[in-house]
Design a binder for this molecule. Structure first.
Ligand code: F6R
Length: 605
């Protein structure tokens, strides 16, 4: 979720570049950099850390009127000065900033190295500047070099280029990563998001996938990938800076809920080849997979719920047993740990103290350790034998949403990978992979049910308690739904296995108690339905979340998820429950992004 700014005009570029980057800080970053073009040379400053550290490197009198800026949220290569953008070619004649993921960067890098190119960073982005250099040397026309370069990239990109060959021009290209353009009497601008431009102009143009733009001081030219000119239609941007940073939503949580289709798409990017999973870091582990005797899934809070989901899948797909233990309990549970133990740690922040402590114990006993982490270069990611990154981007709201659903999908692929490594063929693998690939669209579809969830959440207005029930793969969803609700609305919420109700919790059900029930697992759905009826008989108001086919005439409040493999129903259900919790909290007038007593990253045990 990097931030990009670019300016060319009649005024110094630096003030715009820096204020623009600070307006994009909400996107999260771990390093920052700029390039200014002074006619004869490109001058680049970059550093790990905050914008303030970058500003310390800059002298006050930088009057260059063309430049590009970047804040980097690390995806390939740890946060460092070297990995920070901009990246330049060897002769320092071309400078590039990039947001997105170049999936085929390893192949491109190899090809370029065979042609004598030397790489200085661990980033995927550096291949872009080297490719540009390669094509520009073939034929010195930058527009053509850019078109040839972006056609070689698979994955996502928003790219911004400056060059001494055209010192007043900025080249921009976009596919699946955001980029907006703007113009004012002082010059022309580009940025990853509108807040960077709003002090200068409210007329903006959000670039479309497959477009390139050429920015000069007094005009912007727009083209498609064939080089054919396109029309630039300005739109008036209606939000103020603060709501623009939240993408026009009322809160970061709502913005992050809506980012899930793209977060899932990015997390799954490049993870399949036909019916096989692609996880080179797992293939490269020095492990004798046949000798694994114990497997543990370890995490806290929401990430722990993702682990419960993974544990059920692991048993289902591999036929092997594993344990799921909250990280805060792990060290005191006498786990059986040795070199035949596989420990899988899941964490959004990668800094949770309990999870780190459990990891250190596992490492001290020689276990094989894998982590599923969102923040690149975080402590957990650095200390495990192999790390898999969710590509949720920065999660700012305290209540986890997009980190959870991306954990579900990445753990799903990991479990399929482990089954492959154990030599086990998972039944229905092609259907599963087809549906995994389809999850971003499924998530879009389910987000369209927001008005229905908002209406249903009105039931929570005067409630002190709420219950969530489900069986099998619906159970972690119930746990996560209850956690979301209690975190942000302070309604006491509990989750139970639906079949366990009659063994105690049903005593809590009275007239008008709100029960949210998931019935998405066909082999057990009929039994879940009878469990639900037991609560209806005691006066509960039941919201039933189920697949498109389940007969549910006897229920008043039914929400249907799209048709998808039951093993993946947890994703659309989680999205519905996030919306339910969100609007429940709105009913109660709570501060949604900053719930009381909670911190985003829990770095104490
Ligand atoms: C709940 C939530 C927490 C975290 C937990 C672990 O919405 O965000 O329960 O899931 O504190 O944090 P990470 O994943 O950073 O290890």
């Amino acid at each position: 979720m990097c931030g990009i700014t670019g300016f060319t005009g009649s005024q110094p570029a630096l003030p715009f570049l820096l204020q623009g980057l600070s307006r994009l800080e909400y996107r999260g970053y771990d390093s920052a950099g700029i390039t200014l073009v002074n006619g004869k040379a490109l001058r680049t400053w970059k550093t790990k850390g905050r914008l303030a550290q970058l500003e310390e490197l800059l002298s006050k009198d930088l009057a260059e009127s063309c430049g590009i800026g970047h804040t980097r949220w690390a995806t390939h290569g740890v946060p460092s000065n070297m990995n920070a953008h901009p990246h330049m070619n060897e002769e320092e004649t071309i400078s590039v900033v990039h947001n997105g993921i170049v999936e085929n960067y390893a192949e491109l890098k190899e090809e370029l190295m065979e042609n004598g190119y030397v790489f200085h960073s661990e980033t995927d982005s550096e291949v872009i500047v080297q490719l540009l250099d390669y094509y520009y040397n073939e034929k010195p026309v930058m527009k053509e070099a850019l078109l040839k370069t972006v056609k070689r990239l698979t994955g996502s990109y928003a790219v911004c280029v400056t060059t001494i060959f055209e010192p007043d021009t900025i080249y921009v290209a976009k596919k699946e990563s955001p980029m907006v353009l703007g113009q004012s009497p002082e010059g022309t601008f580009c940025a990853s998001d509108a807040p960077a431009l709003l002090e200068y102009t409210r007329e903006i143009y959000p670039m479309q996938d497959g477009q390139i733009a050429i920015l000069n001081a007094d005009r912007i030219d727009l083209f498609d990938l064939k080089g054919k000119r396109q029309e630039l239609k300005w739109i008036h941007f209606p939000y103020d800076i603060q709501s623009a940073q939240k993408g026009g939503y009322d809160s970061y949580m709502m913005k992050e809920i809506h980012e899930q289709p793209s977060a899932i798409r990015e997390t799954l990017r490049g993870r399949f080849h036909g019916n096989k999973t692609v996880m080179p870091v797992i293939d490269q582990l020095d492990a004798d997979w046949d000798s694994i005797t114990n497997t543990y899934f370890i995490a806290c809070g929401t990430a722990y719920h993702a682990c419960i989901y993974a544990e059920i899948l692991y048993r289902r797909y591999t036929g092997k047993m594993s344990s799921v233990i909250p990280a805060s309990e792990f060290r005191y549970s006498n786990p059986s740990l040795n070199e035949h133990t596989l420990c899988i740690f899941v964490s959004q922040s990668g800094e949770t103290a309990d999870t780190l402590a459990a990891l250190r114990l596992a490492k001290s006993k020689g276990c094989i350790t894998i982590s599923v982490v969102n923040v690149l270069g975080s402590s957990i990611s650095r200390q495990t034998d192999a790390v898999l990154y969710t590509a949720a981007g920065p999660e700012i709201a305290v209540a986890s949403t997009k980190a959870y659903t991306t954990q579900l999908v990445l753990l799903h692929v990991l479990v399929l990978k482990l089954a492959e490594l154990y030599g086990i063929r998972v039944r229905g693998i092609s259907r599963l992979i087809r549906d995994l690939r389809h999850l971003p669209e499924i998530t879009e579809e389910v987000l369209a049910k927001e008005p229905q969830m908002k209406e249903l959440a009105k039931m929570l207005k005067d409630q002190k308690d709420a219950y969530f029930i489900g069986r099998q793969l619906d159970y972690p969803t119930a746990l996560e739904g209850a956690l979301k609700l209690k975190e942000i609305s302070y309604v006491h919420a509990d989750a139970y296995y639906a079949g366990e109700l009659k063994h105690g919790p049903i005593a809590l059900i009275e007239e008008n108690t709100v029960v949210t029930a998931m019935a998405t697992q066909p082999e057990i759905a009929a039994k879940t339905i009878s469990n639900i009826k037991e609560t209806v008989a005691r006066g509960a108001r039941v919201i039933l979340i189920t697949d498109p086919f389940m007969s549910a005439q006897e229920f008043e409040y039914v929400v249907r998820i799209p048709d998808i493999s039951p093993e993946l129903a947890a994703v659309p259900c989680a999205v519905l429950l996030q919306l339910f919790a969100y609007y429940g909290a709105m009913e109660k007038g709570c501060d949604i992004d900053k719930p009381r007593n909670l911190a985003k990253s829990v770095t104490v045990e």
